[in-house]
Write a protein that binds this ligand. Structure first.
Ligand code: HEC
Length: 115
């Protein structure tokens, strides 16, 4: 009985229009990046707000922001870093092996969100 109830709730969640593309992108960010990048507080890595501000200073439009960030995260490296001070302070971010498409979703979420 309880099992059936869970299944029904699960189906409702899956088909719910409330679980929008935006929520999916938020889940991707929370599950993969937020362990190191806190919203506003820097700890083992710069805060995501700090990164967003730096990237928005450099890129005036969303397309360039998303493209550069997703490619950088796909292959973190010193040469193309926009935050070389952060590398000195925390070390280079590890490479995590996500697909570029996933990273574009996450980068677009970072662009759109007020942290
Ligand atoms: C294990 C910890 C860790 C995780 C997980 C992590 N990062 Fe980072 N990230 C760092 C550290 C440390 C830095 C600062 C040093 C650097 O720039 O490489 C950084 C820097 C960055 C930068 C700045 C790049 C630059 O120009 O130097 C971006 C953008 C970024 N992270 C995005 C992400 C995204 C998106 C995710 C999730 C897909 C993520 N990070 C997950 C540790 C992490």
């Amino acid at each position: 009985m309880i099992n059936i109830a869970y299944k029904i709730i699960f189906v409702i969640l899956l088909t719910s229009p409330q679980l929008s593309a935006r929520d999916m992108r938020a889940l991707l960010f929370d599950g993969n990046c937020a362990t190191c990048h806190f919203p506003t507080k820097a700890d083992s890595a710069p805060s995501i707000q700090e990164i967003q501000t730096r990237y928005k200073d450099v890129f005036q439009n969303k397309k360039d922001f998303v493209e550069y960030m997703s490619e950088w995260v796909a292959k973190p490296n010193m040469q193309r870093s926009l935050m070389s001070q952060a590398i000195k302070k925390y070390e280079l971010m590890p490479e995590m092996g996500y697909s570029l498409d996933t990273l574009k979703e996450i980068s677009s979420y970072i662009y759109d969100t007020k942290f």
